[in-house]
Design a protein around this ligand. Sequence first.
Ligand SMILES: Cc1cc2nc3c(=O)[nH]c(=O)nc-3n(C[C@H](O)[C@H](O)[C@H](O)COP(=O)(O)OP(=O)(O)OC[C@H]3O[C@@H](n4cnc5c(N)ncnc54)[C@H](O)[C@@H]3O)c2cc1C
Ligand SMILES: *[C@@H]1O[C@H](CO)[C@@H](O)[C@H](O)[C@H]1NC(C)=O
Ligand SMILES: *[C@@H]1O[C@H](CO)[C@@H](O)[C@H](O)[C@H]1NC(C)=O
Ligand SMILES: *[C@@H]1O[C@H](CO)[C@@H](O)[C@H](O)[C@H]1NC(C)=O
Ligand SMILES: *[C@@H]1O[C@H](CO)[C@@H](O)[C@H](O)[C@H]1NC(C)=O
Length: 486
Amino acid sequence: MSMPMPILLLLLLLLPQGQGHGGAGDICIVGSGISGSSTAFFLTNYTTALSGAQLRVFERRAKVGGRLATVTVSGDHFEAGGSIIHPRNLHVRRFADLLGLEAKTDGDDDWLGIWDGHRFVFQTLRPLPPGTSWLRRKLHTLVNSLRLFKRYGLSLLKMDRFVQEMLQRFMLYYNGFESRPVFDTVEEMLKWSGLYGLTRRTLEAELLDAGLNSQTISELVTVITRINYGQSVSISGLAGAVSLAGSESGLWAVKGGNWQLAAGLLEAANATLHLQEGIDSIEYAGDHYILKSNKGLEYNCVATVVATPLDEVNITFSPPISIPARKTQHTHATFVRGILNPKFFGLSSVSDIPKLIGTMEVPEIPFSSISILKKYSEQDMTYKVFSRVKLNESLLDQIFSGRKETIRINWPAYPHYEAPEVFAPIILDGKQLYYVNTFESAASAMETGAVAAENVARLLIARLRLPLPSRPAAPAPDHHDQRADL
Ligand SMILES: Cc1cc2nc3c(=O)[nH]c(=O)nc-3n(C[C@H](O)[C@H](O)[C@H](O)COP(=O)(O)OP(=O)(O)OC[C@H]3O[C@@H](n4cnc5c(N)ncnc54)[C@H](O)[C@@H]3O)c2cc1C
Ligand SMILES: *[C@@H]1O[C@H](CO)[C@@H](O)[C@H](O)[C@H]1NC(C)=O
Ligand SMILES: *[C@@H]1O[C@H](CO)[C@@H](O)[C@H](O)[C@H]1NC(C)=O
Ligand SMILES: *[C@@H]1O[C@H](CO)[C@@H](O)[C@H](O)[C@H]1NC(C)=O
Ligand SMILES: *[C@@H]1O[C@H](CO)[C@@H](O)[C@H](O)[C@H]1NC(C)=O
């Protein structure tokens, strides 16, 4: 499948140069989130025929990372978007290791309460004070398990089996090149691992078939899908299984912020980063693409990778592309330094409010979850509230008895999942225009972004007929642009 290097170089030289910036040999990536940055990383990691100097990454914002970002509340930084990483998310795990980023783990000792709008229908035990003996801690864990078992019974085991089965299939995407094809479409990619079926039906239908009882689905499972995707158990099965995996133990995050993954990957790839430069249009010009940015600049690219969801962004394609409509689920993340009002929860003391408030699917409940991010004192904490709609002042004044600081972020967070899912193509125009975020219709997460990006990188390398795996490096065109240096 490889073409001798001199011929490839000749072809690149013969491509028209246009009046735009950069040679026609550039590969352009739109978006610097985990999808765009891992595409850049895999492209340079998989073939030495490509150098960082040929990679341009466009980011309309002033910072890389996209939906990986921190928010600062009273001088402390917290994850505002994508926050937790599963221990079996191998790409992200490897990225962190390679980039020398430290992992931070949560205590598994969460005090969960399930709120139905009137009362907490279920609570795990409140955490033990620090310094409690080993034996008492073991006992505590045991009692917690028994409480869960008493309410949800064997459904807990069935839920775990459902998640493990999904994870096992997902792990096939880490197979070596010999035993894993390059995929042209998301359908093909999901069918190969046996995960496609899960995108055809709702999570609820899948779990009922797996033998879970309806109480477990309407309480525990609902709490988890509302926290992770702001949606009910009618989301599609694969997104549901991914969100359930997000309730397992051993979860971690990058110390100092997950956005550093994106920054580090772009740096490792030596990509040329164009910050605060949004792409307005992508035009196919016979044998290359002309990207026009909001700075009035033009770039010629042999291949273009769209690494952002296209559902709520305005990029004009010419010729036009057609992709299935996909709704975006907005998640409003409200960060509050202050103190919750126990009366809102029918309680007399703040100390009786669980650390993590999950909610059932009841229209009157105005939020999806509330969690404590930091405890300064018994009467002073920082909370993260997720909701489907913006929380107004009067509502916040009912939920909180005191507020020192409030920060609101309205995320175009993830797809609004609706089984059966339909997928946009990976190759948008049958040529060299690729779309990473079509895979988000299967499930949205940092790791799924990386897995989709890895496939796109392999596909692009194969379709540009670059040597894979590594061959001696081709001389890179001269560039004097700013390197990714963050
Ligand atoms: C509140 C919330 C909680 C989440 N929790 C988790 C979690 O715990 N664990 C997990 O794994 N995942 C979580 N996710 C999902 C995860 O954050 C996303 O799936 C992932 O970060 C998406 O990365 P991406 O690179 O595909 O897209 P994005 O991060 O959205 O990156 C796209 C980038 O493209 C840029 N862009 C858009 N249009 C243009 C243009 N025209 N020109 C130039 N640049 C453009 C954007 O500014 C953005 O930086 C969460 C998401 C949200 C919102
Ligand atoms: C490719 O990535 C691996 C880590 O996954 C790293 O060890 C290796 O050095 C990288 N190679 C190149 C050429 O970037
Ligand atoms: C990035 O640049 C550095 C320094 O010029 C070089 O050592 C490294 O190999 C380059 N990495 C890639 C992936 O091109
Ligand atoms: C996209 O463009 C349309 C029409 O010009 C406009 O109404 C809409 O607000 C724009 N959306 C975004 C996300 O910029
Ligand atoms: C605030 O939001 C609540 C719940 O969405 C709504 O009932 C109420 O009318 C809103 N109040 C104001 C002042 O907008």
